[in-house]
Design a protein around this ligand. Sequence first.
Ligand SMILES: NC(=O)c1ccc[n+]([C@@H]2O[C@H](COP(=O)([O-])OP(=O)(O)OC[C@H]3O[C@@H](n4cnc5c(N)ncnc54)[C@H](OP(=O)(O)O)[C@@H]3O)[C@@H](O)[C@H]2O)c1
Length: 253
Amino acid sequence: MSKKVAVVTGANKGTGFAIVRELCKAKFTGDVILTARNEKLGNEAVKMLKSEGFDVSYHHLDICDQGSAKQLNDATETFGEQAEVTMRTNFWGTLWVCHALLPLLRPNARVVNVSSFVSKKALDTCSPQLQAKFRDTELSEEELCLLMGQFVIAAQQGNHQAQGWPNTAYGTTKIGVTVLSRIQAHFLTKTRAADGILLNACCPGWVRTDMAGSKAHKSPEEGAQTPTYLALLPDGMKEPHGQLVWDKTVQEW
Ligand SMILES: NC(=O)c1ccc[n+]([C@@H]2O[C@H](COP(=O)([O-])OP(=O)(O)OC[C@H]3O[C@@H](n4cnc5c(N)ncnc54)[C@H](OP(=O)(O)O)[C@@H]3O)[C@@H](O)[C@H]2O)c1
């Protein structure tokens, strides 16, 4: 049987880096590939893990256009700009990586999309019509993409709330990631039922990283626990699949 491969995106720091370390500590039997969009930072992260005795390699992976991702840090941007850039990184970037990698999955593969508990909070503040769409298990990937595009347009026009959207760009993009994961899981069940592949969305919790700041409750190591648990679900397990999981527990959507 060919060797297993673990690929972690955005892994030069924060939760992604901690996930790589947890996979190594759990003695993942295969190659562990740490990916980052910045080669220097990625290689430095690999060097640190190697100095701890872990065998990790680096691969370059920018899940979307780097220039746009940088704009995330621009405090002067409007809500519409923030919506467009955040959507590109969180939703379209995840979609693109999944489209590139899902066809390569081997039997018993595990896919973990990092969403957030904020997706559930944002869902609860959508209009009843939008909530029904996002909870509809028949919603297609194309329909979801259309909805994410409609949110960005509404945000740019400044009437997203009047159209029933929540007033959070980050939360809405993470609704997209959670629902996309359910759709992809159904697709895998339909097309590769015999292969035992499990795909889920997860929330690491509130984690002390550059993104969340120092007041967050969890260390990166603690934040890595649920993603690592999902990545290492033993062969033969049938669930969770297509779920939003945090603290290793399936959440109601
Ligand atoms: N921290 C929390 O409390 C929390 C809670 C819920 C969910 N999450 C989710 O957990 C994930 C990790 O967040 P974090 O807190 O660990 O944040 P972080 O420490 O700021 O790390 C984010 C990572 O994503 C990378 N990244 C950004 N844009 C990218 C792109 N286009 N291509 C490839 N990599 C890219 C960053 O690379 P650079 O160093 O090059 O910027 C960095 O490695 C995110 O999806 C976040 O939404 C976090």
